[in-house]
Write a protein that binds this ligand. Sequence first.
Ligand code: GLC
Length: 697
Amino acid sequence: MIQKYRFGCPFETEAVTETVPCTGTYDRHEQESAAGGLDGIPYFSMSEDGREFSCPLEDGDAVYGLGENVRGINKRGWKYVSSCIDGSRHLESRHSLYGAHNFFVVDGHRRFGVFVDAAQKVEFDLGYTDRRRLSVKVEEDGFVLYILENDSVREIVREFRRMIGRSYIPPRWAFGYCQSRWGYKSAEDIEEVVRRHREDHVPLDSVCMDIDYMERYKDFTVDSRRFPDFAEFVRKMRKEHIHLVPIIDAGVKVEEGYPVYEEGVEKGYFCKREDGSDFVCGVWPGRVHFPDVLNPKAREWFGGWYHVLLDQGIEGFWNDMNEPAIFYTEDHLEEVFDKLEAYRGTNIGIDEFFDWQKTAESVDNYPDDYKKFYHQSPAGRIRHDKVHNLFGYNMTRAAGEAFERLEPDKRILIYSRSSYIGMHRYGGIWMGDNHSWWSHILLNLQMLPGLNMCGFLYTGADLGGFGEDTTEDLLIRWLELGIFTPLMRNHSAMGTRRQEYYQFGDTETFRNVIGLRYGLLPYLYSEFMKAALADDMMFLPLAFVYPEDPEAAGVEDQLMAGESMMIAPVYRQNASGRYVYLPEEMKLYRLRSVDDMDEEVLHAGHHYVKAELNEVLVFIRPDHLVPMSRGGEWEAGTDSSRLRLLHFVKDQAVYDLYNDDGYSRKVDLEQSLTRITVERDGTVRTEGAEAPECRLI
Ligand code: GLC
């Protein structure tokens, strides 16, 4: 059951696609309320001004959701703030990251879901101020509160997901391995990456092109000195079965003669200052304007520019810096210069020093800068800070809507850094600028279920870590989690240690681990498609699958990955195994490659399980199957016609394998299913069009 309450006059975010009747409305100014007013809202007591609502938390209540955020799978105990930010240090002390994902579920004595559909800043105090209280505060009037009730947490999530529309589905090749680095400067650099992978038979499907490919960081341009015939280069790479995935940034460089800039100015499609002039700030290219993606016409116009790269054979993109990140505005820089200058030659004491330091550090992403520009939205002119969380969403929506027009039959890959719920229909997200820290492997795992709850299925972290220097063992362990995430991308920052597998010695392990991803693709792709088409999750906390098991709720470093499997990666330095909790009897496969593994049935309960650096742990549930191919060196080159089954059959196991063409937008679950049945005696049967040949491992 869904209840919907409207407060004041909300900005229409278009996060929700289903029509949900309003249960009650409240308008502070008119002092008028309907359907029982604020007292009629279940679970919560409301503040007088209708901007803060809170409820008690009982011992044992867990709070799941809130998408991209730090800390545990169960979010209870910390305060989160939805305010999209370019925040590169994903420390436990952070309250916000790049996305605003305002959906959570309270699971315990009562089970209910809450979605706060608000374009402005929202604070979620989940037992931080008071361990026994949950409160939500919306910065300004104008939001919609949805409350969803069901006995099952998973069903609450499904109901929510139905309400917000089907998640984005990328092309199948986007499930292949991607090598990326900020710093591949030319066609030769990229060719070298591809050559090494192919020579060593380490699978690879795509290479990301970071800002270095552009001409002076201008969107929709390619530097012709570094890429003399870009279309030809794209073709050449496609012959090697490689997709190039260029980055697009939010800021459009201010430069006479640059058509995106000139056209945007002429049509009035950039965000404006209060006086009507185009807002200027500094990002990679120096001075930029932001496309006004909240204006449908400007959105259509900006999206249209992707054709420049599509026309040259590009089939995938990543959208960046779209919180939007601001390095500086000239106004604020002036204030900073003045203030710092005033300290010159003075005797700087402790207070002055701290003030000096704070001032100097205030330059980028300065909150007041977000109050200096406006959007021309369908609801009229609105100041940016009031709709801040919708920018990245609408930039990616610009691309997604354009792809539907420009490539009506073909799926185009797109993922974004910033997002709001609703964007999950247009693209995926990556988890932003993490670090080469062991703790960030765990953070990667812990973010997955919350993101799935909010509709973001196509997601993954920068494997190996973006910031700072990686090590070989860290990269291997991280890849051993990354082989399960839909986006599997090794990406790192300029200036850090290079982290392509061939920078290290153990090529065989890298080949085998990445090879396992390709072996598992039939399962992972099927599970992704089933989750997308049934508005379900692909990665679930154990508590969602074993609600009756109190121990499952405390497991913070294992996940259910699809219907058949539990994963428990090793994420500690020098560990050659780990403790694992099994809510029921399962079969452990210890995978070293698609051909080399051992297996063991483990009873329910706690175990210490060995996992050397080259070993991946997979736990199969009773009466479940995981179909595996022998892998391949690129997605389209994997042979899916002959599959082997990881299995744990006690009575009978039935698995529905999803096998479509992987490219067309039209997806039909029924049409593309093969049903694989394994009986207790080991008999294997398949039904469905083009059923692969299957045998037990
Ligand atoms: C941002 C992105 C990162 C990218 C860099 C340069 O930090 O998050 O992935 O490499 O910008 O474009």
